[in-house]
Design a protein around this ligand. Structure first.
Ligand code: MOS
Length: 736
């Protein structure tokens, strides 16, 4: 099915199941500990062995020799795989990192060997006996020092062209009535998901099955086949539950490659979980940025010039962090300039992390907007609404399909009691706590992509959906089930959802917040086919047949759904593909974040007290799972604002705080009160589901809203994230 004109009325508009805040259908499995994650598939892998990855001990250089003498003879060791015996390996097609190093070492903790043994402890113990001799080379690790050596990349990973200009930015900025020219920095960040990257690999002849934890099974099959040099048809990936990914499990990483190579060498299934201390340097991260923002306005606050430059670094050929993305579309302004630059670094690979581009870009842009509002003596909400637009300002042609940014801001301001925010800094106090409020807009693209599904109706009236979609805790199972239930006119209890297996029809996978809208649209397409087959089986005209309350109706006649099944089952399969609507309409999601903080005037501890997100993202398929996505994202925003920081050792070349003790993220006690409002809407230009994603929108802007609240509380403007105590100590000039 091809979607090439805006959706009219269709079965999803019944909203009997879709749009309801249903509990997760996989909830009981999760809460009883019976949902199986990659590492837990022991039954089909009887006799499996354990793999342990040895990470490079240097940041840049080469392996001179590997002495396996002691490791080979250690108890229980079955195989040792290094570059010397792995056979030729290619790169995947998404990540640029080589997933098994040697003889060159590209970055610290790059995998140099996998030890396979009977038990985990034996593998780990043998790994300690492997002697790898290196020659250390001088690497490039100091991003700030390399800033001036950076060049315009060929492409950003996501978002707009690396360099673009509309009108005459410099002329307009130079002659603006009010100007801001500020630089902001964001640190390297880690996904820090709960479930480590993990795989069980099993060979049956030349066929490889991997139980793994990745977001995009179609990319995974492609990349694993490519890395190992085997046909795609010989690779099957199973990823039924994922304990968080945040973009860090997009496709094949070292655990899958090492398990596959280890299993081949040992002649047994092999399971590997990347050791937590390895994950931070071995896998990908969100790259640090330096961002210069210039805004020029008229006296009344109308933006006439807006410029955003961003610098980041990566391994050679790595993507660049498209931090300029939000500035291309968020605010009006006739003269605009965006420019990305990239330095070559010898740290682990920088790549997608939740809302890549927008998340770090908005950390800068939305402080700049706050600073500008202050210069203009305008309320920050009013300043943003004044510069709202319904036309994509990057090209001044496409209208936004739907854009209720102003409503997000005004409704949020009302609900949050924004009018209680003090106009001058440091004037609201509660004992030793200085109180402040901050706001930020949110924008994130609404990509949608081809997705297929198969649906089966059996003679008991049970509908089974099969698609290789994944659920990283997002709620995919449930919204896919809701879609099939709505389409077939049954309750969710009549639907079985099978996902996370690459042998099912190829879905969109989970990434870039496209998963919800895309995967359910594929299910919609398959269900349209199933409805036609059901109608024909009952002698109905498919055009005049309706499905509701477990029945199929046409004219005055109706049957129970299962009556259509004459033999075992009716099976239908289709995919949703897309025409040119995204070229006609700018499709984005919008929101506003409001935060209240308290800052201890003596210790400078920052406590987030209240948070509110107002989101505009088309039809909300399940308000409960969508809310969970947003509150999780808001929590991640607190981490970005106040805690998360991969600290680089600039001499040795690695992220120093490479575990969950040193890399801090928020815990329950950090998050006292969160509220989420979803504006009720549909976007018929997206797909028949009229929905968009929300999982990344919830993060974008949060950190800046917190930074702005800290400023409002203390009068100290911190432009280098994270906002830690040391950046406030001795700077607060307010008496308690
Ligand atoms: Mo995402 S960061 O594209 O999974």
């Amino acid at each position: 099915m091809k979607f090439d004109k805006p959706a009219g009325k269709n079965p999803t508009d019944q909203m009997k199941v879709i749009g309801k805040p249903l509990d997760r259908i996989d909830g009981p499995l999760k809460t009883t500990g019976t949902a199986k994650y990659a590492y837990e598939y022991n039954e089909p892998n009887k006799g499996h062995a354990y793999g342990y990855i040895v990470g490079a001990a240097i940041g840049k250089g080469r392996i001179d020799s590997i002495n396996q003498y002691a490791a080979k003879r250690a108890p229980g060791v079955l195989a040792i795989v290094t570059y010397e015996n792995a056979g030729p390996l290619q790169k995947g097609m998404f990540y640029v990192d080589r997933l098994l190093a040697g003889p060159e070492i590209d970055h610290y903790h790059q995998a140099v060997a996998v030890i396979v043994a009977e038990t985990f402890e034996q593998a780990r113990s043998a790994a300690a006996l492997l002697k790898v001799n290196y020659t250390r080379l001088k690497g490039s690790f100091d991003f700030k020092a390399l800033k001036d050596s950076s060049i315009t990349p060929k492409r950003g990973a996501y978002g707009p062209a690396p360099q673009s200009e509309v009108g005459n930015f410099k002329g307009a900025f130079d002659t603006a009535d009010v100007k801001l020219d500020q630089t902001y920095t964001t640190p390297d960040q880690s996904h820090a998901m709960m479930e480590p990257h993990a795989t069980i690999a099993r060979w049956d002849g030349d066929k490889l099955t991997c139980w793994c934890s990745i977001q995009q099974l179609n990319w995974g099959v492609r990349d694993l086949a490519n890395v190992l040099g085997i046909p795609k048809e010989n690779v099957r990936l199973i990823s039924r539950f994922i304990g968080g990914g945040f973009g860090g499990k997009g496709t094949v990483l070292s655990d899958i490659v090492a398990a596959s190579l280890g299993a081949r060498a040992a002649g047994r299934p092999v399971k590997i979980a990347l050791q937590r201390p390895l994950i931070f340097n071995n896998t990908t991260h969100r790259p640090a940025t330096i961002q210069r923002i210039r805004i020029g306005t008229k006296k009344d606050g109308t933006i006439t010039a807006i410029g955003h430059e961003s610098w980041s670094g990566n391994l050679p050929g790595g993507m660049s962090e498209s931090a300029t993305a939000p500035t291309s579309s968020l605010y009006a302004g006739a003269n605009r300039m965006l420019h990305l630059r990239q330095a070559v670094l010898d740290l682990g690979e920088g790549n997608a992390m939740r809302a890549p581009g927008e998340a770090s870009g908005m950390m800068a842009l939305e402080i700049a907007m706050d600073e500008m509002a202050e210069k203009l003596k305008m309320d920050p909400v009013a300043f943003r609404i004044l510069n709202d637009t319904q036309v994509d300002p990057a090209e001044n042609k496409r209208r936004f399909s739907t854009r209720l940014l102003a409503k997000c801001l005004s409704e949020g301001a009302e609900k949050f009691n924004w009018n209680r925010r003090p106009d001058s800094v440091g004037t609201m106090k509660e004992g030793k706590w200085l109180i402040g409020m901050g706001v930020a807009s949110a924008v994130r693209g609404a990509p949608i992509t081809k997705s297929a599904a198969r649906v089966r109706l059996n003679k008991d009236g049970i509908v089974t959906v099969e698609t290789d979609m994944t659920d990283l805790g997002t709620g995919s199972y449930t919204i896919i089930g809701q879609t099939a239930a709505e389409m077939m006119g049954v309750g969710i209890e009549k639907v079985i959802v099978k996902i996370g297996d690459s042998s099912f029809p190829e879905s969109s996978g989970s990434g870039g917040q496209w998963g919800a809208a895309s995967s359910t649209s594929g299910v919609y397409a398959a269900c349209i086919k199933l409805r036609e087959a059901v109608a024909r089986s009952l002698g109905f005209d498919p055009e005049k047949t309706e499905f509701s309350d477990g029945k199929v109706h046409s004219g005055s006649r109706s049957f129970v759904l299962r009556a259509a099944v004459k033999t075992e089952e009716i099976v239908a399969e289709d995919e949703m593909t897309y025409g040119e609507l995204s070229k006609q309409y700018a499709q984005d999601t919008f929101g506003a974040h409001f935060v209240e903080v308290g800052v201890n005037v003596y210790t400078c501890e920052i406590r987030v007290r209240r948070m509110l997100a107002v989101c505009h993202a088309g039809r909300i398929l399940n308000p409960k799972s969508a809310r969970s996505q947003v509150i999780g994202a808001m929590t991640m925003g607190v981490g970005a604002a106040l805690m998360e920081d991969l600290v680089v050792d600039k001499n040795r070349g690695f992220f120093v705080n490479h575990d969950l003790a040193g890399y801090e993220v928020p815990v329950h006690a950090d998050i006292p009160y969160q509220e989420v409002i979803m504006l009720d809407d549909v976007d018929p230009t997206m797909s028949p589901m009229k929905a968009k994603g929300i999982g990344e929108l919830g993060l974008v802007g949060v950190a800046a809203a917190i930074a702005n609240a800290v400023y409002n509380a203390t009068g100290v403007r911190v432009r280098e994230y994270p906002i830690t105590i040391d950046k406030l100590l001795g700077k607060i000039k307010i008496d308690a």
